[in-house]
Design a protein around this ligand. Structure first.
Ligand code: SF4
Length: 324
């Protein structure tokens, strides 16, 4: 199948600021700068890994892209169309193109519905098919994700964690989307099962030219599935490059620190362990200048007052640090 040149997803200066309200009158006294102006694109058949510690804004970014929460600013173009200003009705056709797979396959599946009904629900809601035709489509989806059609009558609690995530993937595939946002889709699974689910996602990508925004706190997990990686810290992207460059030649001190925690399978290779000092600062009152300066071992006076821009330091390799 020929690839389209148009990005499937083009995100520009996306922001999500949550108001902090206090007192009887619930006055706004500040904002949580969960996502503070991030930009990236994802092409057809491509995976972008979005990585960072918990609280860095990556999950909020994924939800704002899908408009499961309303962005505060920026544009989100899906197949060239900005979906940010669309009404719910206008958004409907785009909902088919964009789906999500959640982290916890148990709480994201309705325990009172059979697995077959869960997977068939999007087909019902969007009026795609009904009756026997829908049953056949659901059975085919079950087979494609490695489940038996006979299991369609079972309830979520009758499946293992890995099987439940396969149900979540089948549901996401039902409407034939272009883009799937995976929000820590394998984090709750055992390591051996993680590999199986990642292999399934990669097979589906090749087969259907799917694009993935793969959100994870774990660089080791995104390495195998991502073509490019964007590293987020306190609502901003601090480094963005192809996966090989991120792993072989990380340029941002935060990426270096995240990488130093990733186990290397070859005992001959030793990475210097860098333990990050302190916790991620609050996004309500982020540090001045470079948000990372309170934890950065290389910080200089300039870092406290001046916010570094995300600059392209080599073709396709973007870094936000005064020292690069
Ligand atoms: Fe560290 Fe300064 Fe670079 Fe920020 S700008 S990452 S504080 S050296």
């Amino acid at each position: 199948m020929a690839k389209s040149n148009q990005p499937v997803l083009e995100v520009t200066d996306l922001k999500k600021h949550f108001p902090v309200r206090k007192g009887l009158l619930r006055r706004t006294v500040g904002y949580v700068y969960a996502v503070d102006g991030i930009s990236f694109t994802i092409n057809e058949g491509e995976t972008l890994g979005l990585v960072g510690e918990s609280g860095c804004g990556k999950t909020t970014a994924g939800r704002a892209v899908l408009r499961l929460i309303e962005p505060t600013g920026g544009t989100v173009k899906v197949m060239g169309q900005d979906i940010a200003p669309l009404s719910k009705k206008e958004l409907r056709p785009f909902r088919k193109q964009m789906q999500i797979v959640f982290q916890d396959p148990f709480s994201s599946l309705n325990p009172r519905m059979t697995a077959g009904d869960i997977v068939g629900e999007p087909l019902y809601v969007h009026g795609v098919s009904s009756g026997k035709e829908r049953q056949e489509q659901v059975a085919a989806l079950f087979e494609r994700v490695g489940l038996r059609p006979a299991q369609m009558v079972n309830f979520p609690h009758q499946f293992s964690g890995g099987q439940r995530q396969r149900i979540g993937i089948a549901r996401a595939l039902a409407l034939g989307p272009k883009l799937i946002v995976g929000d820590e889709p394998v984090s709750a699974l055992d390591v051996s099962i993680q590999a199986q689910v990642i292999n399934l996602l990669q097979d589906l990508q090749r087969e259907r030219q799917l694009s993935y925004l793969f959100i994870s706190h774990n660089l080791a997990v995104v390495e195998h599935i991502s073509h490019r990686i964007a590293v987020m810290y306190l609502g901003r992207i601090v480094e963005h490059a192809d996966t090989r460059s991120i792993f072989k030649n990380p340029q941002h001190p935060y990426t270096e620190a995240l990488l130093s925690a990733v186990p290397v399978p070859d005992p001959a290779i030793k990475r210097q362990k860098r333990v990050l000092q302190g916790d991620v600062p609050s996004p309500v009152n982020p540090p001045s200048g470079c948000h990372f300066h309170t934890r950065c071992p290389y910080a200089v006076a300039r870092c406290k007052v001046e916010s570094p821009l995300l600059r392209e330091i080599a073709p396709g390799h973007h870094v936000s640090c005064h020292l690069r």
